[in-house]
Design a protein around this ligand. Structure first.
Ligand SMILES: O=c1[nH]c(=O)c2[nH]c(=O)[nH]c2[nH]1
Length: 286
């Protein structure tokens, strides 16, 4: 029996970067949370504390800020690619870099005034490794709700089943989605806007018999509308809304008064994919 070092990586997590582009009269604002994880020949530091190959995580943080000044910050995918390629090409012991970015939205109020817009967080994960480059875009915390056009019935019942069948309910979720691109040179902002629009459009327009059906419709719409996207993964918490029994007060409740549930919640997860695209890198499955 031997004890050996397994998979490992290291990096600086959650570098908060705010970039102001002061071009003309109107300023541009980008607000990012950037995490870098590097992998490669890092056995020496783990086994003997030899740090000859360990670029400090502090340097990674500095690189994020310096690159913002030197190159500007465009789409999160583009900035992530720039950083990931930099670490892999300049550090001989590093063979893989994963840069994860969250972009917080700011809505313009004036030439140099903004209001934080909280309806979703845009995400990107860029991986540069020996086997290739993978760009995954996404979003999270996008809360959507339909007040009708949602049913749930026809499910198996056992002795523990109490859920009443319904032909009219609220369907609500907080969308977390990530989608992998076929190439590494999409028009990132336009692609993101199109994918988000497809997700929302399918949620609104699908008459739903289950959140699972809605999930598939959302993924399918993204792949139909966006040829640059190979595959999409969705995680949809079912934000249950319980019809309140008002009969003790002599009142009816024709789908008007609901209690918003918190926990527990159903969690519906799924992948929608094209059947003719190259397989994803291993990172996709984490
Ligand atoms: O859309 C739904 N899918 C389920 O799998 C499920 N399970 C449940 O209790 N309610 C729902 N709703």
């Amino acid at each position: 029996m031997a004890i050996v070092l397994g998979r490992n990586r290291y990096g600086k997590a959650e570098t908060r970067l705010v970039h102001v582009r002061r071009g003309g009269d109107s300023h541009e604002l980008v607000d990012l949370n950037v995490s870098v994880a590097l992998s490669g020949d890092l056995a020496a530091t783990h086994l003997s504390g030899d740090n000859a190959g360990v670029l400090p995580t502090d340097t990674m943080k500095n690189t994020v800020y310096a690159f913002a000044r030197e190159h500007g910050v465009g789409a999160p995918e583009a900035f992530g690619l720039l950083l990931a390629r930099h670490f892999v090409t300049t550090q001989p012991q590093i063979s893989g870099a994963e840069v994860t970015l969250e972009a917080y939205g700011w809505e313009r109020l004036g030439p140099h005034s903004f209001r934080r817009s909280g309806d979703h967080v845009r995400t990107a994960v860029v991986t540069v490794a020996e086997h290739g480059t993978q760009v995954v875009s996404g979003l999270k915390d996008l809360v959507l709700l339909n007040t009708t056009d949602s049913e749930f019935h026809g499910y198996p019942r056992d002795r523990y089943t109490t859920l009443p069948e319904t032909t009219d309910r609220i369907l609500a979720t907080a969308v977390a989605a990530r989608w992998r691109h076929l190439g590494d040179a999409a028009g990132w902002d336009e692609s993101f806007a199109g994918a988000k629009q497809a997700l929302v459009g399918a949620f609104v327009e699908t008459y739903s018999y289950s959140l699972q059906q809605t999930l598939y419709a959302m993924g399918e719409r993204v792949l139909r509308d966006r040829p640059e996207i190979a595959e999409i993964r969705l995680a949809l918490p079912n934000r249950h809304h319980y019809l309140v029994d008002l009969s003790p007060f002599g009142l009816d409740n024709p789908q008007e008064v609901f209690q918003a549930g918190d926990r527990p919640y159903g969690l519906i997860e799924g992948t929608v994919t094209r059947d003719d695209v190259p397989a994803a890198g291993a990172e996709w499955y984490l």
